[in-house]
Design a protein around this ligand. Structure first.
Ligand code: HEM
Length: 428
């Protein structure tokens, strides 16, 4: 049915979004290269689950290139987990470690746990673990909160690796990439929500037709990794994995992860604004005036150069009538020593037929994210007459937070249903 022509191509494009055995079969039959297998020696894997950068490729400028296909499985479980649940979950995750090389060509993954998960125990999390319940972070958003117990994030350049891993986790196959499936994750957890996405050159342009939130003219450039037409995640504007790691206490080696889902309505972004105006609102007015951004911003190298545009933000607002998204956010995104605080790993989605973005951000504590988000709100700049809460105020006119959840991503040796005191009773 999907063997020939346009309908097959269309189907392949949506394979991860659709999911299931047919999608996997379609990808597998098309695969030219085998997927590299994993390891029987967990000690060869990074101790931090969030340490992905060394496993992923870099572009010419040294920026990490995120895997092109992504899957978020939101998981729930009943009651307090027992030793049997832990054995099941550990066996399911170890199956993935054995089946797939930990890389963009195989599979990278991490599991995090929500405040609600930890609240089933009597003991609280250690004080230095900064993991509040999710909340609204601006006066103009009313997100739904993701309070499922856990979030398993999987990513790969290979759609067949993602779909194969998912099939194994759900116990729908006995072997995965040549390895025996030791247990199904779904014997302990229920998959409460499945969300998908993609990021990388060509993918947003390829998917923009008939998508709610994108004008019919198809304005998303082929070279853009994101729907808004620019590249993000320059190395110089990202926290290091080391920096976002909790360094002390029972969860040393962990990080916190907040994930927002953001709907995009880009008609006016593309139809009412020219390229220069988009550069002003995404980066800063001076980026536009000085012609610093060409195309999707590849020419910026490994740093957006935004640090030079922070002190002038109020002057920019007065002179150009608007301020930039990166310019606003960066004001709170450096610590006293000048280190970047957040590690953003966002990717696009066509779930529900609309352009939306999954926005995972890693930081030592959730408060750091909340502070940067407040700076991005730019409420402090609305006394300049042309800048309104959502107009001429970065990209706020075009993005709408629909959901938000907070999670603790423990180090690998505590990845399996940890207690708030950092133990996994029942596992060796
Ligand atoms: C559709 C949604 C979004 C898009 C397309 C987007 C895109 C971008 C782009 C292109 C940049 C400049 C390049 C870079 O440094 O990566 C940037 C910077 C940044 N964005 Fe966003 N962004 C979005 C939402 C958000 C949200 C919700 C936050 C939450 C706080 C955020 C925080 C930041 C930060 C902290 C920076 C870096 C500023 C610095 O240099 O310190 N962005 N974003």
């Amino acid at each position: 049915m999907f063997e020939r022509g346009a309908s097959r191509r269309e189907f392949m494009k949506a394979a991860v979004a659709v999911g299931g055995a047919t999608a996997l079969a379609a990808c597998t039959s098309r695969a030219e290269e085998p997927i590299p297998t994993g390891t029987d020696h967990p000690s060869s894997l990074p101790t931090r689950q969030h340490a992905w950068n060394d496993l992923l490729p870099e572009d010419d400028a040294g920026n990490t290139v995120l895997p092109r296909h992504q899957l978020l499985l939101y998981l729930t479980l009943d009651g307090r987990p027992n030793a049997g649940d832990r054995e099941t979950v550990e066996a399911a995750l170890s199956t993935l470690d054995r089946a797939y090389e930990r890389s963009n060509e195989g599979l990278v993954h991490s599991i995090g746990y929500s405040p609600r998960y930890f609240s089933r125990y009597d003991a609280p999390l250690p004080e230095r673990v900064d993991l509040p319940e999710p909340r609204a972070l601006s006066s103009f958003e009313t997100p739904e909160f993701d309070r499922q117990d856990a979030l398993l994030h999987l990513a790969s350049d290979r759609p067949d690796a993602l779909l194969g891993a998912e099939e194994a986790l759900k116990g729908e196959t006995e072997t995965v990439n040549g390895e025996e499936v030791a247990a199904a994750l779904t014997d302990a957890f229920t998959v409460a929500d499945r969300r998908t996405g993609f990021v990388g050159e060509g993918m947003p342009a390829e998917r923009q037709g008939d998508l709610k939130g994108i004008p019919d003219s198809g304005p998303v450039p082929e070279a853009s990794p994101l729907f808004m037409g620019f590249k993000a995640g320059f190395a110089g504007n990202q926290a290091t994995e080391e920096y976002v790691t909790i360094s002390e206490g029972p969860f040393a080696g962990a990080t916190t992860k907040t994930v927002a889902n953001i709907r995009q309505r880009l008609d006016d972004w593309y139809d009412e604004q020219d390229f220069e105006e988009r550069v002003m609102e995404m980066f800063s007015p001076e980026h536009a005036e000085q012609n610093l951004v060409e195309g999707v911003g590849e020419n910026l190298g490994d740093d957006s150069g935004i640090e030079a545009m922070l002190d002038s933000i109020r002057d920019d607002a007065r002179e150009f009538g608007r301020v930039g998204h990166a310019q606003k956010a960066a004001r709170a995104n450096r610590d006293e020593g000048g280190n970047v605080r957040l590690l953003r790993r966002h990717f696009e989605s066509t779930d529900q037929g609309e352009a939306n973005l999954h926005f995972p951000s890693l930081q030592r504590g959730i408060t750091a994210f909340e502070e940067v988000r407040e700076a991005m709100n730019g409420a402090d700049l609305t006394d300049v007459p042309t800048v309104r809460q959502r107009v001429n105020n970065g990209i706020l006119e075009y993005i709408f937070v629909q959901r938000r959840g907070n999670f603790l991503v423990p180090p690998r040796d505590l990845r399996t249903l940890p207690t708030p005191t950092g133990e996994t009773p029942g596992l060796d």
